[in-house]
Design a binder for this molecule. Sequence first.
Ligand SMILES: [Zn+2]
Length: 396
Amino acid sequence: MTVRVDLPAGGGVWADLVGQEHTVQTLARAAAAAAARLTGEPGEGMTHAWLLTGPPGSGRSIAARAFAAALQCPQLGCGHCRVCHHVLGGTSADVELVRTEAVTFPIKDVRRLVGRAAMHPVGGRWQIIVVEDADRLQERTGNVLLKSIEEPTPHTVWLLCAPAVDDVLPTIRSRCRHISLRTPSSTAVADVLVRRDGVDPAMAAFAARAAQGHIGRAKRLATDEQARLRRHEVMRLPQSLDNLSAALQGAADLVQAATEEAIETEGSRAVIETDELRRALGVGPGSRQPAGAAGQLKELESDQKRRATRGKRDGIDRALVDLAGFYRDVLVVQTGAGVELVNEEMRETVTSVARSSSSETTVRRIMAVLHAREAIEVNVAPLLAVEAMTVALRAG
Ligand SMILES: [Zn+2]
């Protein structure tokens, strides 16, 4: 039997991990063990390489950051000291948060990380590298990491995050301690929206259900009317299937809405970044551009383009998850499963689609949506994939 660890008052750095009590206990215990080790005690339960997996939105990168903060904070993750703030805010000198906008990790980035991991921590505790998308490490780049993960310096901690264990190279995952996060229940997500973000309980309940366990998405739906309107547009697609031109228009609208959302979120960030880089490089009106500045600005620009493409794809993927949720509801009604509908507020539409089709048709439709997600994942042009899906949905 394992002893429960007392968490800092108010949950500390763990407060935002919704519905993940088991994970929190394991990581909090490891942080306590790590602190013991710093004082020369054996500190059992601490490992130098961790793999955190969980479906999108379950909070795996939140968990990684919280764990990093708990390792660095003298009070094991109090959540309010300077150390905690720096780690959670991504400005700690001893915690590097890495995420690639590219489909795979560039090898030069991984080499830099390995060098970084070997450095002595400024704060004297741990040198932590958080790789938020370890599923994007490929064989060649992964091999560069292996040795550092296998024989880390005594101060190094690797925290790798990925959607599922199978997404990570076997050579890497076999060297990590694995922690798996669950999809939180909609009640747990709604609770955090009310408690942390001050969202009205009815709105929180709707957003939590609609987001299907994705906390970030739930917050966005609860607090951003544009996001709600876009979702509403997407959910009209199943009702416009009778008419081919309306259905294809619906497909085009879906892709358009995801693009707009990506531009909205990425656009303002890109402007700030470019301004900051220009200032750092001393590029300004009337001043001569220093050598190398053009290259750096160009590199940033191509990073931003990649990120915008990824943002757009993520947005379309979310819309497709919403659609799959609709047909899942239709199936719930058709099979009389008696579980909560994701789209409770659309029960009438769900019921009418359920009456006018068979459960075999619904299963085929869900497959068509999943197929479109996979096609986009392997770089099929989004509009093409969504149009093909729409045609398949009509065929029933
Ligand atoms: Zn702290």
